[in-house]
Design a protein around this ligand. Structure first.
Ligand code: 13P
Ligand code: SF4
Length: 363
C-alpha cells in the first residue's frame, strides 16, 4: 500500500503551468442578458430544438438559465456520469452539451449516430489540458504492470489509452474493485481526487500531477475559520479539493452526491466547496436551507476562479442558439479513436449499472 506521486512530474503539467494559463487568458465571459432577451432566446431555442429533435444536456456548474432551459425542454441537468448516460439513452437526433469539451466528446463516443453540438468548443478543463496524450502515453508505457484508470475529465485520446474511465461519483468504487482484484493503479490526471481515493481505499496508486483550478483554490484555513463562524453548519466538498479541505468536510462527494447530502442533512446551514453553479440546484432541492460558498484563495481580482469554473461559464444562451441554428461547434471524434475510448467508458457504465453507488463521508 504505497502512494507515489508521479516521480516523472516533468512529464506532467501542473494546474499552474503556462499552458493552463494560456487557455485561461483566452476565456471570454458572455455578456449578461436582460430578462426580455433571455426570454426571447429561450423561446427561439425551444422552437429550434423541436424542429431538430434536439435535447439539451447541462452540467450543474453551468448558468442557472441553461439548467432551467434543459429541464423545461425535456433535457437533463446532472453530473458528468449522468449526462453521459442521459445522452446515450435519449432518442434525440441532436444533443447539445452545455458543459466542457470532454463532456461533449463522451456524449459523441457513446452516441456516434447523434449530432453532438456544444455552445462553445473553447470550454475546456485544466485537467484535460494538463494531461496531453503523448506524455501520458509515455508515462503508461513506463508502468506496464499498472491498470490505467483515468478521470472522465480527459481527451478522447487519453481515454483510448486507458483500461477504465471513471467520474468522481464512481471512482472510489471502481478503484476498490480493482484493489480487490489485486491490481495496482496508474491514476490520472487529478492528483487530489487520486489522493482521496488512495486514502479511502488504501490502493497502490501512482498519480499524475494535475489539478482543477477551481477546487484547488479552496483553502483549509479559511474553511476552519468558517466552521467557527457557523458551528452548526455541515461542510460538503468535492473530492477535487485539496486533502486539507477534504479533511474538514463532513461529506466528500461528486456533484450529485453533494446535492443528495444537502437534501438529507439535518443541518440548516451548509458550506459547500465546489463550483458555485451548483447552488441553483441546491436551492431548488432544499429551499429551507442556507448555502454558503467555502472560502477560496483571494477574492475578486485576486482569485483565479472564485469558485466558478471559467470554462463552464462560457456556455450562454446566445452561443447555444447560434450553434443550434447553424449546426456549428459540432463534436467529431475520429471513429477508430472513439471505438477505442468506448471500451473503458462502457466498462464504467456497465460497472455503474451493476453496482449500488454510495456517498462516502462522515455525515
Ligand atoms: P462531476 O463528475 O461531479 O460532475 O464533476 C465534474 C467536474 O468537472 C468537477 O469539477
Ligand atoms: Fe475542469 Fe475544474 Fe472546470 Fe471541472 S471545475 S471542468 S475539473 S476546471
Amino acid at each position: 500500500m504505497n502512494q507515489i506521486i508521479a516521480s516523472e512530474t516533468s512529464t506532467a503539467l501542473s494546474a499552474d503551468s503556462a499552458l493552463v494559463r494560456e487557455y485561461l487568458d483566452r476565456v471570454v465571459r458572455p455578456a449578461a442578458l436582460d430578462e426580455a432577451a433571455q426570454k426571447t432566446y429561450k423561446t427561439n431555442i425551444k422552437q429550434l430544438m423541436q424542429q431538430k429533435n434536439a435535447r439539451l444536456v447541462a452540467h450543474y456548474y453551468t448558468d442557472s438559465v441553461l439548467q432551467d432551459l434543459a429541464e423545461e425542454s425535456g433535457g437533463f441537468v446532472g453530473d458528468s456520469l449522468e449526462m453521459a448516460r442521459f445522452g446515450r439513452d435519449c432518442d434525440a437526433e441532436t444533443l447539445i452539451v452545455a458543459g466542457v469539451k470532454f463532456m461533449g466528446e463522451s456524449a459523441k463516443i457513446l452516441s456516434p449516430e447523434k449530432t453532438v453540438l456544444m455552445p462553445t468548443l473553447e470550454a475546456t478543463c485544466s485537467l484535460d489540458i494538463a494531461c496531453p496524450v503523448d506524455k501520458f502515453s509515455a508515462f503508461c508505457d513506463q508502468h506496464p504492470d499498472r491498470t490505467v484508470v483515468v478521470y472522465a475529465n480527459t481527451s478522447a485520446a487519453v481515454k483510448a489509452r486507458a483500461d477504465w474511465v471513471v467520474t468522481s461519483s464512481i471512482a472510489l468504487d471502481v478503484v476498490e474493485y480493482l484493489m480487490e482484484q489485486g491490481k495496482k493503479v496508474l491514476w490520472a490526471p487529478d492528483k487530489h481526487l487520486g489522493s482521496y481515493i488512495q486514502q479511502a481505499t488504501g490502493a497502490d496508486m501512482l498519480l499524475w500531477d494535475a489539478a482543477c483550478i477551481v477546487h484547488e483554490e479552496f483553502k483549509a484555513r479559511g474553511l476552519a475559520d468558517m466552521r467557527r463562524l457557523y458551528p452548526n453548519a455541515a461542510i460538503l466538498a468535492h473530492p477535487e479539493s485539496p486533502s486539507a479541505v477534504r479533511e474538514i468536510a463532513d461529506v466528500v462527494g461528486s456533484t450529485t452526491q453533494i446535492i443528495n447530502a444537502a437534501k438529507q442533512s439535518t443541518k440548516l446551514e451548509i458550506i459547500v466547496a465546489t463550483d458555485r453553479g451548483i447552488f441553483h440546484k441546491l436551492q431548488q432541492v432544499a429551499p429551507e436551507k442556507t448555502f454558503i460558498i467555502a472560502p477560496t484563495a483571494g477574492v475578486d481580482a485576486t482569485c483565479r476562479s472564485c469558485a466558478q469554473c471559467p470554462w463552464m461559464g462560457m456556455n450562454s444562451l446566445e452561443s447555444l442558439y447560434s450553434s443550434l441554428q447553424e449546426t456549428t461547434n459540432e463534436i467529431h471524434v475520429e471513429p477508430a479513436l472513439a471505438a477505442q475510448a468506448m471500451i473503458p467508458l462502457q466498462r464504467m457504465l456497465d460497472f455503474a449499472a451493476n453496482n449500488q453507488l454510495k456517498v462516502r463521508g462522515k455525515a
